[in-house]
Design a protein around this ligand. Structure first.
Ligand code: SAM
Ligand code: 2KA
Ligand code: SF4
Ligand code: MG
Length: 242
């Protein structure tokens, strides 16, 4: 077996990337299990809460890779690595394997753990957490993620915004990293409870938050910001595996 086992919550697709810089692009998701954060509004608790850890299978690189190849029909695409926090899993050998077959890799992480294999990614999405999450940003660690990735992937920021404090946080982060593109994402205040992915989602509420966010950004003449909804939530609500 190449490398240590990867704890996998789910592998699904192809679907479209619903968020941020790759929005609309066909992708297969590899969602790892386990997270060092507990965001108050996390929409993926089935891959975070240790209550569900028996559903996270330790898989070899070969096993993960054959599932990605099966789902993609062997046609190279961008694989989205998410979680949980995928940075706490040994994903370097998987990335090498996929690259050797012509696939690309995008990874989403909160920026709390840096890995040397970040440099081998094609896209690194850093999603530091605003005050409404209840989490504290460790800027030294976020800086580490950036310096580890330097010269490698296209790196972008994606910040979830629920309220004025979150918006102020997003502006601060953007000022701190002026070289990074910033994507703002309205928060889903009706995320699914982990055991029920059919729970209804308040699309009108999310769209109102989106409109508010557009007003904030344009009112402040923050013309470098990009504001995008979670497209998969608009299309499929809280459903899992899409
Ligand atoms: C589920 S997380 C997994 C990856 C990593 N742990 C992270 O937070 O970046 C993927 C993305 O979903 C976002 N997200 C989680 N819950 C959300 C919610 N209720 N509304 C909007 N975005 C949410 C996160 O901020 C992150 O950008
Ligand atoms: N279609 C789709 N796009 C996504 N972008 C980020 C996701 C995630 O849960 O990390 C996600 C997801 O679960 N589905
Ligand atoms: S860091 Fe990501 S996966 Fe972890 S609790 Fe927060 S939103 Fe959920
Ligand atoms: Mg999600």
């Amino acid at each position: 077996m190449t490398g240590a086992a990867i704890r996998v919550s789910e592998i699904f697709g192809p679907t479209i990337q619903g968020e941020g810089v790759l929005i609309g692009q066909p992708t297969v998701f590899v969602r790892t299990g386990g997270c060092d954060y507990r965001c108050s509004w996390c929409d993926t608790l089935h891959a975070v809460d240790s209550q569900y850890r028996e559903e996270w299978l330790p898989m070899s690189v070969d096993a993960v890779w054959s599932e990605v190849e099966r789902l993609s029909g062997g046609v190279p695409l961008t694989v989205s690595l998410s979680g949980g926090n995928p940075a706490i899993q040994p994903l370097g050998p998987l990335i090498d394997r996929g690259h050797s077959e012509g696939y690309r890799f995008a990874l989403e992480t909160q920026g709390s753990v840096a890995r040397d294999w970040f440099a081998n990614l094609d896209v690194l999405v850093l999603s530091p957490k605003p005050p409404s999450s209840g989490m504290e940003t460790d800027f030294a660690r976020l800086d580490d993620c950036l310096s580890t990735a330097a010269g490698g992937p296209m790196t972008v920021l994606k910040i979830v915004v629920f309220d004025d404090r979150d918006y102020a946080y997003a502006r601060d982060i953007a000022r701190r990293y002026p070289e990074l593109p910033v994507y703002l994402q309205p928060g889903n205040h009706t995320p699914p409870p982990p055991e029920d992915d059919s729970a209804t989602v308040d699309i009108d509420g999310i769209m109102n938050r989106m409109l508010w966010l557009v007003d904030k950004v344009t009112g402040d003449r923050w013309f470098d910001a990009r504001v995008l909804p979670q497209l998969h939530v608009l299309l499929w609500g809280n459903r899992r595996g899409v």
